[in-house]
Design a protein around this ligand. Structure first.
Ligand SMILES: O=P(O)(O)O[C@@H]1[C@@H](OP(=O)(O)O)[C@H](OP(=O)(O)O)[C@H](O)[C@H](OP(=O)(O)O)[C@H]1OP(=O)(O)O
Ligand SMILES: Nc1ncnc2c1ncn2[C@@H]1O[C@H](COP(=O)(O)OP(=O)(O)OP(=O)(O)O)[C@@H](O)[C@H]1O
Length: 378
């Protein structure tokens, strides 16, 4: 709760990187989630201290390939944000983090880990304490909770473990919601310029097949503008399971709700500007393809710089907050973390192209290709 003496710190971009506000050490962080490179926290501050409503803190882990946040933020502000209309971007600002807070949160991460509450694949990696003084404040895209459950119009469909669900609600009653957060990476929405002329699969689907990864949507479908193809892609983006806190309208089952959400997303993708923007950027930033750019070496620094920006754009995350009542889809682009091409990445990017072409994944001539039935070229 804010008080009259509280300061609301808005998530606006600070152009002056020499005057970045400091997060007060009295701020309490609670672990929300983590990816490979960052941990995401909710913030709460004592009365009278600066407040951070609707914002999360993103702190980076100690990974050799990662860049300090101040540098990453400068790239975000000057390289990536100008590429997109402002309303499509996840509002992000830089905040100085007291060293004591990073040390404290690393102790907390170890405790969380010991209690089995960190994802197994993330254990053993902690926040960067030595070479980091900053974090990102990002807009919280979590579903807004319902103020009070309206039992005349809504009902909670219990998931398979009703006992567990009841206990969770008892502890977290304010988390019941009519919204859901969907996140996905659109990946390569334009075919790689390094693909052979006879390609039948896009770079993303071909790579997934070569790595025997789970089948997912084809980015070319998603960006096609064709309603049927977009619907096919969106089918992979809508969650399979009902989120535990999602309250459905009385009488509506999850299957029906999935259909409603799917159609909302189809309209958003087909009629919204985001896919068009991504397609345009892919073409502009990487007109040559990874193999040709790798072969240019250090000579063409401008081309290389634009290429690494293209790789960042290809790996960004789209956060969609879908409101079941209004039908509104609020969309924000995040995870625009600069790729430097270091740590063997240039060779990796060119190598992927070589492998997909040589092993037949682009043309769909590898062993068992027909049974897989993955054909991206219309
Ligand atoms: O090579 P790709 O297309 O599989 O993308 C990698 C991602 O794989 P996925 O999206 O799951 O297919 C991969 O994602 P995951 O770690 O699999 O979640 C990374 O984002 C990786 O980037 P970086 O090495 O962390 O900078 C990504 O590598 P880049 O190619 O974007 O550098
Ligand atoms: N703005 C946000 N609002 C709500 N949840 C978020 C937000 N940003 C991140 N999260 C949650 O935190 C998770 C990890 O965040 P993020 O993707 O930034 O981490 P990362 O380490 O950069 O990921 P990657 O594995 O792609 O490198 C996300 O998958 C999402 O569940």
């Amino acid at each position: 709760m804010t008080t009259s003496t509280s300061v609301i710190v808005a998530a606006t971009a600070h152009d002056d990187l020499n005057h970045v506000p400091t997060l007060p050490p009295s701020t309490t962080l609670s672990y929300l989630a983590e990816g490979a490179a960052n941990v995401i926290y909710r913030l709460s501050s004592p009365p009278g201290a600066p407040q951070y409503p609707n914002q999360l803190l993103r702190l980076r882990k100690a990974l050799p390939s990662a860049q300090p946040n101040k540098l990453a933020y400068a790239h975000l502000l000057h390289t990536f944000h100008p590429l997109f209309p402002a309303h499509l971007l996840l509002p992000t600002s830089l905040i100085r983090i007291p060293p004591s807070l990073l040390a404290r949160e690393n102790v907390a991460l170890r405790e969380l880990e010991a209690a089995g509450k960190r994802p197994a694949k993330r254990v053993g990696l902690y926040l960067e304490e030595v070479d980091e003084q900053f974090g990102f404040l990002i807009m919280d895209m979590s579903p807004h909770p319902l103020p009070l459950l309206d039992t005349t119009t809504a009902t909670i469909t219990p998931p398979p473990s009703p006992g567990l669900f009841a206990r969770a609600l008892a502890f977290l009653p304010n988390l019941r919601t009519r919204q859901l957060l969907i996140e996905f990476k659109p990946k390569w929405v334009v075919q790689s310029r390094s693909a052979p002329d006879g390609w039948r699969r896009c770079r993303t689907c071909a790579l997934r097949l070569s790595k025997a990864q789970k089948h997912s949507f084809c980015p070319l479908d998603l960006a096609s503008g064709d309603e049927e193809r977009v619907r096919r892609a969106v089918g992979f983006i809508v969650p399979q399971k009902q989120p535990a806190n999602l309250v459905l309208a009385r009488g509506m089952g999850w299957g029906e709700a999935q259909g409603v959400i799917r159609e909302r997303l189809v309209r958003f993708v087909v009629e919204g500007e985001m896919m068009g923007e991504l397609v345009r950027l892919h073409g502009e930033l990487d007109p040559y393809g990874p193999v040709a750019v790798h072969a240019m070496g250090e000579r063409e620094s401008g081309v290389r710089e634009r290429f690494v920006s293209a790789m960042t754009v290809r790996d960004l995350t789209v956060f969609l907050r879908v409101d079941l009542d209004s039908g509104e889809v609020e969309a924000r682009i995040g995870d625009l973390d600069l790729k430097t091409g270091e740590a063997g990445k240039w060779a990796y990017w060119a190598g992927v192209e070589g492998k997909l072409a040589e092993e037949g994944y682009y043309e769909g001539v590898e062993e068992g290709a027909e049974e897989k039935g993955v054909w991206c070229r219309p």
